[in-house]
Design a protein. Structure first.
Length: 482
């Protein structure tokens, strides 16, 4: 624990949905849901307007539609979210060399190491300036928590939402934590929370009063010891700049179960190529290929194969995934497929051609003559995609388009051979809506536009950041919102 609140936690507010609202003037102040839009889609993020209606992340999109039938439902635009995240992380990197990203929209920062804060006053001033900088550069809002530890900084940022700042004064941790529910503490999920509730512990105060020995008895030695320390507000974890990824993976859930074995294999090979693309973008390679198959009855199978050396060769990963598929029974249908690579390294196997050849040789040895196909064994043929499904795939809701006459816009929806587009740009007025044929030659997909056309230049920041080593100390848990 530090004697000053110099650990900062930033959490962007409803990141994906807020980015969509900033990009689309017609959606400002309205319920927006970002996620998968198919029958098995899941909500990735919901705007605060949608959350009021009961929509939240990880909820099935079908359920969200029942709760918020008039919300805008959009397919994620990860290229936009990544570009905005890079802008935010660059601002954080100007504050300190110790920035620990947790996701695209969340990170810890060690302000003390960066030399921009060493007491309550300077920490608060830095946090406020950061929030201002993020808004001026990206057009979005972020919530900031400041404390003497990572655990408390994250709790503070959660209290600050949306668009606020909460600072927890060192020395006030136990008083602040005492009335909070046990689920507030990191690592206490639904199962552990329910177990503690049955033991009569519902608040952090209850955990502290129970004592370490009792918590160890209830949840085990390792977890009980850590849980007791957190209940006392103790957390010595440092901010770590490099968080080494353990695996890279991609997966897809299908709107309709796949039965055709040929189609299943084609999807596995496609996922393998996408997985390698992610692997290469991270400048990594991997040694173990993992296949994940969720069948029609929700049973999930995983198979893995360890190669003789790390690789980022798409042929090697694709063929390994295909071999793993041969050992999986897909009778009855497949609802989800995933391909991943673990055992990551920052180098590749030198003799990639030999490795690929070895893979093909193993596959050849494993080949078994197929038995004659009887009437009962014939695979169920997949129904071809309808024109409406093809249109939805080509023109995803919320994605950017450009028309030679109307300019830049975004897809509101498609179906029955038509695609409806609203022509507007970030920072502009609400645009007009026009409907086209899905094969209109003047309409084409486009890249997202920047959310802020002329962002404020923060290249000299934080050198210009005023810093104070003395002055009045704010109250514990002080909160600031614009």
């Amino acid at each position: 624990m530090r004697p000053a609140p110099t650990i900062l936690h930033l959490d962007m507010d409803a990141f994906y949905a807020s980015a969509e609202q900033a990009a689309k003037p017609s959606l400002r102040g309205k319920a927006v849901v970002v996620g998968g839009l198919g029958p098995r889609g899941v909500v990735a993020t919901a705007s605060y307007e949608a959350r009021v209606l009961g929509v939240h992340s990880a909820m099935p999109t079908a359920q969200a539609r029942r709760l918020a039938p008039n919300a805008a439902y959009l397919v994620p635009r990860f290229s936009l979210y990544r570009s905005v995240s890079e802008q935010v992380m660059e601002l954080l990197g100007r504050l300190s060399p110790l920035v620990e990203p947790l996701s695209l929209d969340e990170a810890f920062v060690d302000l003390e190491v960066g030399g921009v804060a060493d007491d309550t006053v300077s920490a608060r001033r830095t946090g406020e300036r950061l929030r201002t900088a993020i808004r001026e550069v990206t057009g979005l809002s972020g919530s900031v928590g400041l404390a003497g530890s990572k655990m408390l900084a994250k709790i503070a940022s959660e209290q600050a939402k949306p668009d606020g700042l909460v600072l927890i004064e060192p020395g006030t941790e136990r008083e602040l934590l005492a009335p909070m529910p046990v689920r507030t503490l990191p690592g206490v999920g639904p199962a552990t929370g329910d177990h503690l509730r049955r033991a009569g512990m519902t608040t952090v105060h209850d955990l502290a009063e129970a004592g370490e020995a009792e918590l160890v008895r209830l949840v085990g030695k390792a977890h009980g010891h850590g849980l007791y320390r957190m209940a006392l507000g103790l957390d010595d974890r440092p901010v770590v700049a490099e968080r080494d990824a353990k695996s890279v993976s991609v997966e897809d859930t299908f709107d309709v179960d796949l039965h055709d074995r040929v189609r299943v294999r084609a999807e596995v090979e496609r996922l393998a190529v996408r997985c390698v693309e992610r692997l290469r973008s991270a400048d990594r390679s991997g040694r173990t290929v993992v296949l994940k198959v969720r069948r029609y009855d929700f049973s999930t199978l995983t198979r893995s194969e360890t190669l003789r050396g790390p690789t980022d060769d798409p042929t090697v990963v694709r063929e390994a995934a295909a071999r793993l598929l041969e050992a999986v029974d897909t009778t009855g249908g497949v609802r989800l497929l995933g391909v991943g690579v673990t055992g990551l390294a920052d180098f590749t196997q030198e003799d990639l051609f030999a490795q690929a050849a070895d893979a093909r040789e193993l596959a050849a040895r494993a080949e078994v003559p197929e038995k004659p196909v009887t009437e009962d064994d014939k695979p169920v043929e997949e129904e071809p995609e309808s024109a409406e499904q093809l249109a939805a795939r080509r023109w995803p809701a919320g994605h950017d388009v450009r028309h030679t006459a109307h300019g830049h816009g975004w897809v509101q929806g498609s179906g029955v051979g038509r695609v409806t587009v609203r022509f507007e740009e970030p920072g502009g007025p609400v645009g007009r809506v026009v409907t086209f044929r899905v094969d209109d030659p003047e309409l084409s997909p486009a890249d997202p536009l920047p959310l802020v056309r002329d962002p404020v230049d923060y290249s000299s920041w934080p050198a210009s950041l005023p810093k104070s080593r003395s002055g009045p100390v704010s109250a514990a848990g002080g909160e600031s919102r614009p």
